[in-house]
Structure formats: C-alpha cells, structure tokens
Design a protein around this ligand. Sequence first.
Ligand code: FES
Length: 165
Amino acid sequence: MNLKPETTEKIDKLVPRYPTKRSAALPLCHLVQEDQGYLSNEAIEWIAQRLELEPINIQEIVTFYPMLRTEPTGKYHVRVCRTLPCALAGAYQTCHRLEKELNVEVGHTSEDGLVTLEYVECHADCGRAPVVMVGEEEYTDIDPDKAGELAAKMKSGELSDGMPD
Ligand code: FES
C-alpha cells in the first residue's frame, strides 16, 4: 500500500509507544484513513499485518467506530451535528432538507459522488446550532432554508469543499 512517507514515519514512531501492538490499532486506523481518505480492504489487511493481527481484528474496530470509513467520501463531506442542542434547534429537519436537495440518504454517498452526508456528535459550538460541517469548514445556524442554500452552492460547485489545499 502506498502511504505518504510522513504517515509511515508517524506509524513507525507510534507503534512502539503502546504496550501491546493491538492497542495501536485504533490510532493506526486514524492515521491510514487520514492518508488514504478511507479504509479499504487493502488498508485493513495492511494494518493487521503491521500489528501482527488478523484482518478481522481491524475490521471489528472499523465497523464499531462511526468516524472510520470503508468507502471514499464524496467531493463534499457533509456532517450534521445531532447532539441535543443541535437536535432541539432543528438539526434533523436540516438534515432531511439536505437529503432531499442533494438526493442522498444520510449515512451514504450520492450516486454522482458529489456528497457524503453523515450525522456527527457535538462540535462544541452549541450556541450557534444547528451546526453543519462541510469538509473542515463549519456552518452555523443552519435551518432548513439555509441548508437548501448550502445544497444549491454544492450542486453549482460554488461552495469550497472545505478541505485543506
Ligand atoms: S450540540 Fe451541536 S455543536 Fe454542540
């Protein structure tokens, strides 16, 4: 698997810090996902081999933690906070509007690969709920109408994908 040299370096430093190789599995999953964008079967097998574990041991971790992905994300990675303050401020309605406008079901990537829509937990900006992240950009006070505007900007390509260059 082709990892960036800096990722390989981080992994080589990280693994010996743990008392058992197994305890390095979750941080390794994060590092590889950060490098590759998601955890493919190849990546899962690579991590298992690196830690002298079975792929099923890594698979269990990947399926347990919702922030670990086994599929590439769309151009726009949209995450709607659904923790109580955002939920009370209408996060579910916001998300339904995004689903409708972007033709994607929450938890999935749209067929055209434009958008991955997910729920996440608190972003620590509850005073400006509902909060929506697009890549690493945060959008606040996103009611359904504003969600419609965000969706239109994604469809037209006008919105930055929020990812660092
Ligand atoms: S509950 Fe959504 S930002 Fe805190």
